[in-house]
Design a protein around this ligand. Sequence first.
Ligand code: GLU
Length: 312
Amino acid sequence: MDQDLATIVRETATEMALAPVRGRVADYIPELAKLSDRHFGMVVITADGAEFAAGDADLPFSIQSISKVFALVEAMASHGEALWQRVGREPSGGAFNSIVQLEAEGGKPRNPFINPGAIAVTDLITDGDDPRAGAGRILRLLRQLSGNGGIAMDGAVAYSEAATGHRNAALAHFMKAHKVLSGNVEATLSAYFHQCAIAMSCRDLARAGRFLMNDGVDPASGQRVVSAEQARRINALMLTCGHYDASGDFAFSVGLPAKSGVGGGILASVPGRASIAVWSPGLSPQGNSLLGTRALERLASATGWSVFNPNR
Ligand code: GLU
């Protein structure tokens, strides 16, 4: 399989590098609009620790909403079950920044992976008025899990989003009015914009996600990140809610738990088998990496990897 996997990853990257239709780079965050849509990177790390990389595998990019997975890890650790009083576990069937549903449902966000849900989670882990505390916890976790102490927040991206993030501010204030947020709204938003602005490569990200394929234990250090049950739950949420209103389509065509970000990254896990990160900045209309999704579809089909196919 290893030889095959090396070929599959290499061929997938070559195909994606040449793809004529590449999606649209996010332009609602001005700093992200500067990215070229030519990039494609991919890293697959298998349960035995082997790494297969191709394309721009070591180029850092803005992880954006992939940070929501790690914010959830932090909130699970500090708040346990109480977390679910603030945020639900249902797919939204709507856009990542939709306001309509939040109003109809009394300010409680559907799940931790749409923007209001993630802002509510960040509010929980942002201590008092200090935005550095919340985002700093996520950054420390990512450095530790990836083994790369050099991972940093891109200040220009955080500033760019803070200056234009009026929808997120509206969502946050609306939740505050419903007492779903308990902290200082400006501090929570600042923490949220900074966690989204963390820059990592596919290699860093695939390494940071290894606990998801391994029942909650980081296989590199042997350290438990979350309980086995929590790891299953995070994977379940990634499968059902990880791609906004394209989550059903992604489960149908790829069949793996995964979380996308508008920077063009996707982190996927194959429980018991592999941790995968892909990156290509061009997005689908729903805000998910177009070629990243296609690459995962190709990989899943070539390997037979799927949560619905436990024998592979
Ligand atoms: N920082 C982005 C926002 O709040 C994250 C969205 C995403 O990556 O899907 O709009």
